[in-house]
Ligand binder design. Sequence first.
Ligand code: ADP
Length: 487
Amino acid sequence: MIEVLSVASEIYPLIKTGGLADVAGALPAALGECGVKMRTLVPGYPAITAQMSGGRDVAHFRDLFGAKGRLVAGRVSGLDLIVLDVPALYDRPGNPYTGPEGWDWPDNWRRFAALSWVASELGLGLVEGYRPQVIHAHDWQAGLVPAYVKFGPSQTLKTVMTVHNMAFQGTFGADIFGELRLPSHAFSVHGVEYYGGVGYLKAGVECADFVTTVSPSYAAEIRTPAFGMGLDGLLNNRSDTVFGVLNGIDTDAWNPATDTALAQTFSTSTIQNRRGNKQALREAFGLDDSRGPLFAVVSRLTWQKGIDLLAANIDMLVADGGQLAVLGSGEAELENAIRNGAQRHPGKVGLVTGYNEGLSHLIQGGADVMVVPSRFEPCGLTQMYALRYGCIPLVSRVGGLNDTVIDANVAAVQAEVATGVQFAPPTEAALADAIRRTKALYADEKSWKKMQRRGMKSDLSWQLSARRYAGLYASLIGLETDDSEDD
Ligand code: ADP
């Protein structure tokens, strides 16, 4: 068994703001089947400490970056957790990073430096009887882990840094450096220094033994100035140690044959049952009956997600019978753009704002097309859920969208391998063209159904990815596995 400590600032099902939580929550079980024992270090937010009543105290801190705290180990929802319980840092309302008004906590640098420092101490044997061989750090919140290890005493401890979204880098002023418990030479281009300040993600990308990101296409894209957000040069310098490992999905939580959020469950052989879901969906969004395809969006409404491109195409989308259902929340301007579309086209376009897990399942099970017009997309989950639910993904050709959807171009249609529609570049005109193409495909009922079935049969599980991570850990500590030769 390889012992790996995962360090994550959120974990499903306990606390989630995005895809990172899904990955952190799903990987340990999938890795268990690949000879890896994974425990996860998480901050003691109220939502987590509330679940830890049966936990054991395994360490105490009198002065952890100025605060008192302890480590509590326990098993919750099938996860082996080590919780960093420091009330002064983590016992707060709001989400993991922001207060109730939506502003970042001003001491986030301290909150996540503490998390990373404790992780590296665990790697050095802080808790008797526990010594991970590899620490797997996720995103900027754990970005200092590889720096603490690199500038610390261990000669053997290895680190993996996973980037879930290059857009979030955790950069702070140089004035915090003195409090980070790092030696002065760590403030350099080979350490945490980043454009004169301190960069947590930069530190992780610089100091980790391996860097991974969540799809092969995104791994290639982030080595270019257009997607690298300032770290492309660094990633290019170490490109033989950068890997893209595609996320999987939770195929139990997302199973159309058993999903209780659906009006009607279905499988590849009862795909006609989707009709009941489409009807329920129309009711939920105030849409009329219509012959045309029902397009849908389940997303944060942000520039990254290309929602403005879709808003600009609403009139052409609803022409000749198309409909649109949008579930999401985000930037006010984008919400308004969709709302205006709904007002212009009553019964054809509907918007539901807010976060609604049940409705997101019903949309996947009832809509004909899931639109994901992202400008960049490290992996993306909604298009994978769509595939599994027979909802045809219409996606921009970037990142994980490129790696999971096979475009219905002429060759793919002839070879009967298409599972959706891709478009590029991410512009209004290219999206309009893709909507037209999708409508034409929809008109051929028989081949549409075949495409739905094909998507539903795609392997979207964690199995392959878990084997790949296990291979990476093994090669770091000098073990051979069946997978190591692929790396
Ligand atoms: P990102 O992590 O960049 O937001 P992903 O596609 O990787 O994008 O993951 C988004 C997740 O959040 C998916 O599980 C999606 O179903 C869910 N989601 C997004 N917006 C909503 C919403 N308004 N209601 C319910 N689920 C949502």
